[in-house]
Write a protein that binds this ligand. Structure first.
Ligand SMILES: [Zn+2]
Length: 208
């Protein structure tokens, strides 16, 4: 190959690469613009509160939307409690919550005594903890749920509970989960020292 041709070919490859570098992110940003909008939008106080409570559990910065949207950009009426959108196998840092879930967390944070938590508030705590684990890339429902029940007390603490209150809230949330969760959310592997025990070194730390 002549030197001139090699130069021309290199220029074509370089131009194509540059074009791909610009075009691919633009296409992705457009395709997932609703998810991007949640990341970039101003957050309400409740959305900020929930994000701050669950980000340490997820070990990443999480973005909350209390106005659930579907991937088509319309309001998502099929959402029950909460959802974490995935792009392929990649978990986004976005959690879409129903207004009811957000309201329950908001009212929980305002309780003078957190031990007065209602069933709805306990369920909302389980939901935000569960979704937080989806944002870490956990896909299976029973695994996300198993991790979730172990972090209710941490999340309660972030929402203003004392250590004693947080432990009681966790106990009540766990017993609620055991009574009401459907089979898809339960695994026999969810046990002290089991594969999903987040603190295996701490004997008896498991909430069951
Ligand atoms: Zn889930």
């Amino acid at each position: 190959m002549q030197q001139g041709e090699t130069f021309k070919l290199s220029r074509v490859i370089l131009t194509s690469l540059l074009a791909a570098l610009i075009v691919i992110p633009l296409v992705l940003a457009y395709k997932y613009k609703e998810i991007l909008a949640v990341v970039l939008s101003d957050k309400t106080e409740t959305e900020q509160l929930i994000a701050e409570a669950v980000s340490p559990v997820a070990d990443r910065k999480v973005y909350i939307s209390c106005e659930p949207i579907s991937q088509s950009g319309n309001s998502d009426t099929t959402l029950t409690r909460g959802e974490t959108p995935f792009i392929g196998r990649w978990a986004t840092p976005v959690i879409l919550l129903t207004e009811e879930t957000c309201l329950s967390i908001d009212t929980f944070s305002n309780l003078t005594s957190k031990t007065d938590a209602t069933t709805e508030q306990l369920q909302a705590l389980i939901t935000i903890s569960h979704e937080a684990f989806h944002t870490t890339g956990v896909i299976q429902e029973d695994v996300a749920e198993c991790y979730a029940v172990q972090r209710i007390s941490d999340i309660s603490r972030k929402l203003g509970a004392t250590i004693e209150e947080a432990e009681q809230v966790q106990d009540r949330a766990v017993s609620l989960q055991r009574r009401t969760a459907s089979d898809e959310y339960i695994t026999s592997e969810c046990r002290d020292n089991g594969p999903y025990d987040l603190d295996p070194a701490r004997a008896g730390s498991f909430p069951y």
